[in-house]
Design a protein around this ligand. Structure first.
Ligand SMILES: Cc1cc2nc3c(=O)[nH]c(=O)nc-3n(C[C@H](O)[C@H](O)[C@H](O)COP(=O)(O)O)c2cc1C
Length: 400
């Protein structure tokens, strides 16, 4: 969902070593159909070539408060009023200090004082500067008065040192800005999601698991949180970045999935995306099972059924959604699952080459007790969005 489409964003570039990354931010905003204007501070002009910005934008950047041409149009007031958001990227320690103190000695600082738009700061600086008490105080203060802080990450810095102060990843900056434009349609709703594979140990070095990547559950968590839901994600082992504003609980076995899920109740929605193994080894050997002893006689038992247990618990969330992955008789098996597990909706996906497990895309069916809908093959973030919209309309019709 491109919530940035048609938005007007003013990018202010200040004079730090990460200036060149602002070009990438602008490029990505333009790709998202954002109308971008750009202001460079005088010192930013020492780091980057204005022409690079102008060729990317296809128009002039704004540089000077007192330029006759621009001032005729009262450019600081005009720019301040016509944008939906102001993004300062990178933001120097110096510029931060000016904002925190209401200084207005150039075009950029005047715009900030004159604008009611959302304001984002993406600081980037040397670690000692970032940790400096004055910088800390300024960050705290501007956050308190409503600026969104896009915190720098740790890493190797241009000055050669290692530590916090590196500009937040450009994609993440775009994500953070996008998030604030989502309508908070699920504010006050608590959502619990399980995702990823389970790991059922056999001995200290072996286990049974499956090919679940966890992507679908992470995407659902991300979008529901963007819609304002208080979101908890219980995840089996994955290589995925934890979504922002989502409480992440890492687990391994089916038993841990169940314990953690119960501990997080009450919730308004439970979404069981995790591929929890149907079986587990009856006994986990304390020592490595040796090959020399031949084929081991591993006895399996039925694993915890988290979806069924949550669905039938006395703290049952108002809306319980299960995922079902099948290779055969998808609809028939999913209808059975809907009934037997006592859930409200099932999202059924057929496991085949190129879709489902380990893939970016999914082709799913939506089932409730009255109907079956076939959703087209689409990226998992779009499946998540379609599901989120259904959840929004569920709560519109079933007020808590
Ligand atoms: C090579 C060089 C790199 C710099 N990098 C940074 C930086 O990454 N972050 C920062 O806060 N200041 C940095 N500075 C200091 C700023 O350029 C300086 O504070 C300047 O006054 C900022 O101006 P502005 O905030 O008006 O753009 C750097 C200075 C030099 C000479």
């Amino acid at each position: 969902m491109n919530v940035l489409k048609g938005k007007k964003i003013l990018v202010i570039v200040t004079g730090g070593i990460a200036c060149y990354k602002a070009l990438d931010v602008i490029r990505k905003l333009i790709e998202k159909d954002v109308s971008v204007d750009c202001v460079l501070t005088k010192n930013a002009g020492e780091f980057v070539n204005v022409l690079s910005f102008e060729s990317l934008l296809g128009k002039k950047v704004h540089l000077n408060l007192f330029s006759l041409d621009e001032e005729k149009n009262m450019s600081h007031i005009k720019l301040a009023n016509k944008c939906d958001a102001i993004l300062i990227v990178p933001c120097t320690a110096n510029f931060l200090a000016k904002i925190a103190n209401g200084i207005a000695d150039d075009l950029a600082t005047n715009i900030i004082l004159a604008s009611d738009a959302k304001k984002f700061i993406a600081p980037a600086m040397n670690t000692s500067m970032w940790n400096n008490k004055v910088v800390r105080k300024n960050i705290k203060y501007v956050e308190k008065i409503g600026f969104f802080i896009l915190n720098p990450k740790s890493g190797k810095l241009a000055c050669g040192s290692k530590g916090r102060g590196k500009l937040m990843d450009v994609d993440l900056i775009i994500d953070e800005v996008s998030t604030t434009f989502f309508e908070q349609k699920l504010l006050g709703i608590k959502v619990l999601i399980t995702t990823g594979p389970s790991i059922e140990k056999i001995d200290p070095i072996r286990y049974i698991s499956n090919f679940s990547s966890g992507i679908q559950g992470y995407e659902i968590a991300k979008i529901l949180s963007n819609f304002g839901a208080k979101t908890t994600l219980i995840s089996g082992p994955t290589n995925l970045e934890p979504p922002r504003n989502v409480k992440l609980i890492n687990v391994e076995s089916g038993e841990e999935f169940l314990k953690s899920s119960i501990a997080q109740l009450p919730a308004d929605v439970f979404i069981s995306v995790a591929a929890i193994s149907d079986w587990k080894s009856k006994k986990i050997s304390k020592k490595k099972i040796k090959k020399i002893n031949g084929v081991p006689n591993i006895k399996f038992s039925i694993n915890e059924d988290v979806l069924s247990d949550i669905s039938k618990s006395n703290k049952r969330p108002k809306l319980v959604i299960g995922f079902s992955a099948e290779t055969n008789d998808l609809i028939k098996n999913s209808k059975k699952k809907l009934k037997n597990k006592g859930c409200d909706w099932i999202i059924a996906n057929k496991i085949q080459d190129g879709v489902g497990f380990m893939s970016e895309k999914n082709q799913v069916f939506y089932l409730d007790k009255n109907k079956v809908e076939s959703w087209p093959k689409m990226k998992k973030n779009l499946v998540a969005l379609k599901l989120a919209k259904k959840i929004v309309s569920f709560f519109k019709n079933n007020r808590l």
